[in-house]
Design a protein around this ligand. Structure first.
Ligand code: GFB
Length: 307
């Protein structure tokens, strides 16, 4: 991307969208749109089409679409699926219609089969059943990646897809019920510390493993992929560190400074048993995440405290 290219970040108010906007600005891109308050209603096809006709962006990052943790996916499968389907079915055709040079669509690691060989490789997509807790959302994200590939095949559009590891950061959703595990545990353990509660409940067995990536590192990876990857096949964007939920909880306990007990509740869902990405392709192209995990957790806790 040229530094004066017109770049649109769809979903600028999401954790990832905000990080991409921040990274683009820091990396000297001077013609970026999508900042808070300037975004059209992306579920409305007419509004999206008018926006693309008026703005004519050259590059588009699709970081939009509602998402949530395991509980949110169990409670709101229709809302999560529909929002993501509408947004991708509005943005991708309009991007083609108005001559977008290149579009990067961000999928989700839950699009891989539940019992996928680890670390997960893009060849494994659609080779097995999905994790039931997030199947609806996962199919919407798979559809977005497939739509990009279809535009590439039919029109030669440079519409590519990235599959991020689970990501987190200071601007995360820290709600207790609908958020992802890192912000949820930070919130829970902070509350337990200040109220001197004796124990904190961790959902599930603590045995599942997840690969985590700091939002600003993921955003940097997205810009690297936009600048260096042109294949229609999705590419994994991961940081290479996978950790069990139990190890994660102990780490967050240390960072928050909570001294009580952690109790695992096996009646709550574990979700996918393992979720680690094979990011070898991206790493061999010269990218790697920069922020050490403990430092990323500390910065995320600071973000929580500021809220
Ligand atoms: O982050 P999380 O909600 O999403 O859960 P997934 C990760 C693991 O942490 C699960 C456990 O095994 C949870 O049971 N966990 C323990 C907790 N305590 C908590 C807690 O207090 N809150 C939460 N949220 N989890 C999501 C998909 O799966 O991954 C989304 O549902 C999306 O669609 C996202 O793909 C990236 O990693 O299990």
């Amino acid at each position: 991307m040229e530094k004066n290219a017109k770049i649109y970040v769809a979903g600028g108010q999401t954790l990832l969208g905000a990080a991409i906007l921040r990274q683009l600005t820091q990396q000297g891109y001077e013609n970026v749109i999508g900042f808070l308050g300037t975004e059209p209603e992306l579920t409305n096809a007419t509004v999206v089409d008018r926006f693309f006709d008026r703005e004519r962006p050259e590059y588009v990052f699709v970081a939009a679409g509602k998402s949530g943790g395991i509980r949110a996916n169990q409670k709101y499968p229709a809302e999560l699926m529909l929002d993501n389907l509408l947004i991708e079915c509005n943005i991708i055709p309009s991007a083609h219609r108005y001559g977008v040079k290149k579009l990067l669509y961000l999928g989700s690691s839950c699009s891989y089969p539940k019992h996928c060989s680890q670390p997960m490789q893009v060849e494994s997509l659609l080779t097995g059943v999905l994790e039931t807790t997030n199947e609806a959302y996962a199919i919407a994200k798979i559809a977005g990646m497939k739509l990009c590939q279809a535009y590439h095949q039919q029109y030669g559009s440079k519409f590519i897809s990235g599959i991020p590891a689970n990501y987190f950061g200071p601007e995360d959703d820290f709600s207790l019920e609908d958020s992802h595990v890192i912000p949820a545990l930070i919130n829970k353990m902070h509350e337990a510390k200040v109220t001197e509660s004796e124990l904190v409940e961790i959902w599930g067995t603590g045995k599942p493993r997840r690969e985590f990536l700091f939002a600003d590192d993921l955003a940097d990876g997205c810009i690297f992929v936009m600048n260096n990857y042109d294949q229609p096949e999705p590419i994994n964007i991961g940081g290479g560190l996978d950790i069990s939920i139990k190890e994660l909880a102990v780490l967050i306990k240390e960072i928050v400074g909570y001294s009580g007990e952690l109790r695992f509740d096996p009646t709550k869902p574990d979700g996918m048993p393992l979720k680690a990405l094979d990011s070898e392709q991206l790493i061999s192209m010269g990218w790697q995440s920069k922020t050490p995990f403990r430092q990323a957790l500390f910065m995320t806790y600071q973000g929580f405290l500021q809220k």
